[in-house]
Structure formats: C-alpha cells, structure tokens
Design a protein around this ligand. Structure first.
Ligand code: CP3
Length: 342
C-alpha cells in the first residue's frame, strides 16, 4: 500500500521529495477557470454547483498533478449559510450586510449550516471519486476570527476598526458571534470529512492584526475548540492551521491548538521555523506568491533555499499566501517541476 505523500508528511515523515499544492491553486489565473466561471454566473453560484465546483477543484490537478486537491468553495459560505446576506462583486471582493449588534448576531443560525451547504459536501464526494491515487483531498474553513472580520466589516477592510471595536468594546456580544462560528465550523468541517475530505485546513488570514492577548482569545482559543470538537466527534484526519502574519506566536499557536501542521506565511524565517516549529508539527509554505508571478532564476533560487532549509524535516511545499490572478500558469508548471527535482 502506498500512502499519499501529503498524509505521510502530516504523519511526521520526512520525504525525499516534498509534496506540493498551492493555496488558491484553482482560480482566475487559469484560462479554464475563467471559462467555467463565465459559463456559470456568480462566484457563489459556482460554489453551490457540485458538478462545476468539482471541475474547478480538479483543473489544477489535471494541469499540474498537484499532491492535493483543495475543495473549490470559500470561507464565506459559512456566514451565507447562517443567514447573513453574502455577495461577491467583480473587482471588489465580498460584500456582506454587516453584523454589528446583538440582534444581528442572535439571528445567525449555526444549526442551519450543514443542511444548507449540502451542495458543497456533494462537491467533496464527487472530487474524491475522481482523484488520482496519490492525490489527497483537502477540506477547509475560515477560522472564526477571520470570518468574523468579513461579517462585521461587511467585506474586506484596511484597518479592521469595526471588528476590533466590537471585540474590545462588547466582549460578551463578540464572544456570542465567535461561539456561533465555532459551532458552525465544527459541523461544516466534519461534514466535509464525512463526504471524503482526508485533510482539513483552517485559514486565519487576519490573525496577524491582533495584539497578543486578543490573538489568544479570538484566534488560538476558538481554533483550539474547533480542533478538540472535531476530535470529540471522532474526526481523526490531520489538520493544518494557517495563522497568517503572527510571527513568533506561530510557536504558541502550534502548541496550543493541537494541529498536525502549520502553514507558514512568507515572512516566517526558515531557520526559526525549522528549529522552533518543525520539531512539534509538519510545516507548509512559504514561497512569496509574487515570486511565482516573476518566475525564472529569482523563483528558482527561492525554491531551493526553502527546500534546503525545511526539507530535512516533515514538510509540504506551498506558497506563503494564495496564487495571485496575474500568475502565468507556465510559472506554476515550472515551480512544480523545480520542487520535484530538488
Ligand atoms: O483553490 C483554492 O484555494 C480553493 C478555493 C478557495 C477560494 N477562497 C476561492 C475563491 C479558498 C480556500 C478560499 C479561501 C478564502 N476566501 C480566504 C482565506 C485564504 C486567503 O486567501 O487569505 C479568504 C480570506 C476568502 C475570502 C475571499 N474570497 C475574498 C477576500 C475574495 C475576493 C478577493 C479575491 O481573491 O478574489 C474571495 C473570492 C474568491 N474565493 C475567488 C476564488 C477563486 C475569486 C472569485 C472569482 O472567481 O471572481
């Protein structure tokens, strides 16, 4: 029996060639994605169409033979399914009816999520049936803090003033929002595993904007509760956490949350990660996505440095954040080739 390289790496094995996949490996940089998207209508229509979402998930697998497929969906399907109005505007990103007070928070229904997101789980099971033998299926969710930033700000933000003001000014109200997100996220992740997901990743994209105490309260603790809630429900698949931008606090996160892997953003120093993180967990990352748009010798040099420093322990190659829409697909092909010949 040959184990999938992603599962071996997350079980703590050091592999000769690191497995590779990329955050946002499906998306606008691929002409076949742009075509599918144009045929389907809105971005959320695509997320809720199992046949087409499965196709989007598989596009980078067919083109690049990645070692993992990540479900084509979004972190904001959870607030959508809890009853908050969510839309995506061309060139602008997500737009939500902002949740700012107790009444709006108490109207959110975590119990509705798994029923309403049935098409997403159907996508997972379709993809699982079609994956090559060595390719692992990744399910995901946003961490409560990051999802809450979009819910409270009403979309993307520059300074996160509204969500921070709510968290600092009405601790009980904000806890209620986070508790509902914890419950919804446990259900959502468990349902993906029931449908065939073999690995879970939890994206905390905006973890790095909080001071230490608030990071512990709103990122570490809720994510720890999600992981332990999943374990209580006998969900035993490996989990990767991505607390983007938290610097030295990656160490505390890895220890406290109980994940098998952490995804490193581009700023994490490699020698520090090798010394302080890789002894506890598998590490994943962290090529600068802009180097992938540039390609050539600059990219190749960076790939070699990363694999040299992290490849002697449990390691998965990835970017430090998602693939940018400007990325030439041929640079992704060159990246995969370079990592596999390291
Ligand atoms: O390939 C994959 O990684 C799987 C699919 C995936 C998407 N979003 C598809 C998507 C995943 C894992 C996500 C996660 C996600 N979504 C995060 C966490 C990771 C990160 O990038 O920080 C966040 C913060 C979101 C919220 C979100 N979704 C934003 C802010 C935007 C607009 C900006 C943008 O990049 O377009 C989206 C839209 C989105 N999510 C697109 C895709 C393919 C583009 C939609 C389109 O086709 O127009």
């Amino acid at each position: 029996m040959t184990e999938k390289p992603m599962l071996a790496a997350l079980a703590g094995e050091t592999l000769k060639t690191p497995p590779i996949w990329l955050m946002r490996q499906a998306g606008r940089y691929l002409p076949e994605y742009r075509k599918l998207r144009a045929e389907t209508g809105s971005f959320l229509d695509l997320c809720y169409n199992p046949v087409k979402a499965a196709e989007a998930t598989l596009q980078p697998i067919h083109r690049f033979a990645m070692d993992a497929a990540i479900l084509f969906s979004d972190i904001l399907v959870v607030p959508d399914a809890m009853g908050q109005k969510v839309g995506f505007r061309e060139g602008e990103g997500p737009v939500l009816d902002a949740v700012r007070d107790r009444r709006a928070i108490e109207a959110l229904d975590p119990e509705a999520v798994v029923g309403r997101l049935a098409p997403v789980y159907e996508t997972v099971s379709r993809v699982s049936r079609e994956l090559p033998d060595t390719c692992a299926m990744i399910g995901f969710a946003g961490a409560p803090w990051t999802v809450a930033t979009y819910m409270v700000e009403g979309g993307t933000s520059k300074d996160f003033r509204s969500v921070k003001a709510l968290a600092y000014g009405d601790r009980d109200g904000f806890s209620e929002l986070i508790d509902r997100l914890v419950a919804a996220t446990i259900g959502h992740l468990a349902a993906q595993v029931d449908a065939g997901a073999e690995i879970l990743q939890i994206f905390d994209t905006w973890a790095g904007i909080l001071p230490e105490d608030a990071f512990d309260d709103w990122c570490v603790e809720p994510t720890r509760r999600i992981v332990s809630g999943l374990r209580e429900r006998n969900v035993s698949v490996p989990i990767i956490g991505f607390p983007r931008g938290v610097g030295l606090s990656y160490g505390r996160y890895a220890e406290a949350v109980g994940v098998e892997g952490v995804s490193l953003d581009t700023s994490v120093p490699l020698d520090w990660a090798a010394e302080h993180l890789q002894s506890q967990v598998t590490v994943q990352g962290n090529l600068d996505p802009v180097l992938l748009t540039v390609g050539g010798a600059a990219m190749d040099g960076a790939i070699r440095r990363i694999v040299e420093r992290l490849g002697s322990g449990p390691y998965i190659f990835n970017l430090g954040h998602g693939v940018l829409p400007q990325t030439p697909p041929e640079n992704v092909a060159a990246l995969v080739e370079a990592v596999r010949s390291c």
